[in-house]
Design a protein around this ligand. Structure first.
Ligand SMILES: C[S@@+](CC[C@H](N)C(=O)[O-])C[C@H]1O[C@@H](n2cnc3c(N)ncnc32)[C@H](O)[C@@H]1O
Length: 249
């Protein structure tokens, strides 16, 4: 099976699970509300969730009336958690790398993915594979780390701060240099791929999609003020980027 398996690393998984389970976290407070607002009516839809992780989204889609949800993920640990905590009669969890989705013998009304495509080397190829798995008029709605975030190569501080630690600026370097980023984040040698915004958009369009909506993560001033350590930086840079695409032919 292709792809890195960092989520099966004990230390990384434990850290991820802890931060994802906190009452206030980036996923539930920023990513999920924006993604949900971009989704069509899910009632009766056959959904593929790529990189379903611990299954929170798959369970939400099932509760929102989806006909079926196929959640695929590379990580055994994430899938074990999903099966234990977010099961439903119309959800199937399957271990599979996103690089191998062309082997799925089915087509879907909706393909979703939350914060997973940072890990694929061939983003353009992935877009083409997803396009082939979709019915006519089906939608693809996904989020990723924002390219301003993935540009970081570990060699500079993410923020310039005041003496008291308040974030003054988000720092950015080597944005135009695309490719693998290997940084020490939670564990040594965390890997993701950096691409510019135009590379993402052009890959979507060239795969045959109509790009219908793009969002950059935002969070209310009230939340920023209430949780400055966690969300204070979001005034300077969007953590995530979101796309809604339609297969029109
Ligand atoms: C940040 S987590 C997001 C999980 C889930 N989508 C969510 O929003 O809660 C990223 C997920 O991508 C999965 N992943 C990483 N590389 C993958 C690959 N090549 N194929 C399939 N899943 C992958 C990881 O195992 C992990 O579950």
């Amino acid at each position: 099976m292709t792809g890195q398996n960092i989520y099966d690393n004990d230390a990384f998984f434990e850290n991820y699970q802890k931060s994802r389970s906190r009452e206030v976290n980036f996923n539930d407070c920023i990513e999920t509300p924006i993604l949900l607002a971009m989704l069509p009516d899910l009632r009766g839809k056959k959904i593929l969730d790529i990189g379903c992780g611990m299954g929170q989204h798959a369970k939400q889609y099932s509760d929102m009336g989806a006909k079926s949800v196929l959640g695929i993920d590379l990580s055994e640990k994430m899938l074990a958690y999903a099966k234990a905590h977010h099961s439903a009669a119309n959800i199937v969890y399957r271990r599979m790398a996103m690089e191998e989705i062309e082997t799925i013998p089915d087509t879907f009304d909706l393909v979703t993915s939350s914060l997973v495509f940072d890990y694929v080397e061939d983003f353009a190829g992935l877009m083409r594979k997803i396009h082939r798995l979709m019915k006519k008029d089906a939608e693809l709605v996904f989020s990723m780390s924002h390219p301003i975030v993935t540009a970081w190569d570990g060699a500079y501080d993410r923020y310039t701060r005041t003496e008291t630690g308040e974030r003054l600026y988000a720092n950015l370097r080597n944005y135009c240099q695309e490719g693998l980023r290997k940084v020490d984040w939670v564990v040594n040698g965390y890997e993701c791929y950096h691409r510019t915004v135009s590379t993402l958009i052009n890959a979507i369009i060239r795969a045959g999609f109509v790009l219908e909506e793009c969002q950059e993560a935002h969070i209310s001033e009230e939340m920023r003020n209430r949780y400055p350590a966690l969300f204070g930086g979001t005034i300077h840079r969007p953590e995530f980027i979101f796309f809604r695409c339609r297969k029109s032919d």
